[in-house]
Write a protein that binds this ligand. Sequence first.
Ligand code: MRU
Length: 349
Amino acid sequence: MRSIEWKNGKVRIIDQTKLPGKLVFLDISDIGRMREAIKQLKVRGAPAIGVAGALGLYLGIKNSRAAGYASFKAELGRKADYLASSRPTAKNLFGALSRIIRAAEEHSELPPEKIKKVILNEALAIISEDAASCAGISVNGARLFKNRERVLTVCNAGALATAGCGTALGVIYKAHALGKIAKVYSCETRPLLQGARLTCYELRNNGVDVTLICDNMAAALMAQGKIDRVIAGADRIALNGDSANKIGTYSLAVLAHYHRIPFYIAAPVSSFDFSLCSGAGIPIEERDPFEVTGMFFRSPAAPPGTKVYNPAFDVTPAGLITAIITDRGVLKPPYPDKIRRLAETAGAR
Ligand code: MRU
């Protein structure tokens, strides 16, 4: 099951807003629909959004009539900005768009028709690199687990969120295959229920024992000794290790710290933002109040006109993170020098 792929000249995605009820595939052939799909979380999860952005940019310029490089480049820049305005937090979206623009710049001597091919190839390379990153994260992370552990996760950082087997869930799949996972608890992840709808769907389909809890039940489970480790994905990681992920991740890290339970972030190098010293600079998306009051209720969950604050992400301070599991190895605190070294090797690619 691929959450996003390039098929017959179109981008095929699983419409994640329809899960778990229906498995619906959408074939996207224009940039406008791709931007909407990202914004509405039809395709979601930081790495998958990166892939969607790269392929979306190709869709946006594939019919360009620009005759020379200067006008082609200007059009590419405008369309990249348009896609970048869909969601602000995941580094992968901006990283993938910049990478496509760089690839075009490196081939500026070619006619636009040939640069288009370079762009498609670059987008396809992002897909295969992400799949390889997930595999690397899984192997590196599974080593941290002992036997038959009980793991808590939040949101969905699985195959649905990437072009591979996932980041946090990739680690769980690998550890499960090695007999190291007894069961997984999935936080439902209010307000959009990625944990309930997507993580439970994915884990059940893959034969992993999963139990759904409401977000406010995590502390009680930890106090009862039912959780051995917590693992989550990331949308953007700063140089000091501060990590943005789905709203509620920070609370889990605080709770894990109090209960002395290891708390891991699992993410590819493409989710690191080497330009940010700390998480204070990470833009946090705010979404429609309706997601909190109406999306999953038959009648509104609050009186009409109630003020709603709906941040989609929070930042977990590096000090609460036991380790950051990447495709290039497992980073342990103190993070800054290790992340700087990661930046040097990433820059060298
Ligand atoms: O709003 P979403 O569903 O895109 O949020 C996704 C997450 O928070 C994931 O944990 C993160 O992007 C990592 S996905 C491998």
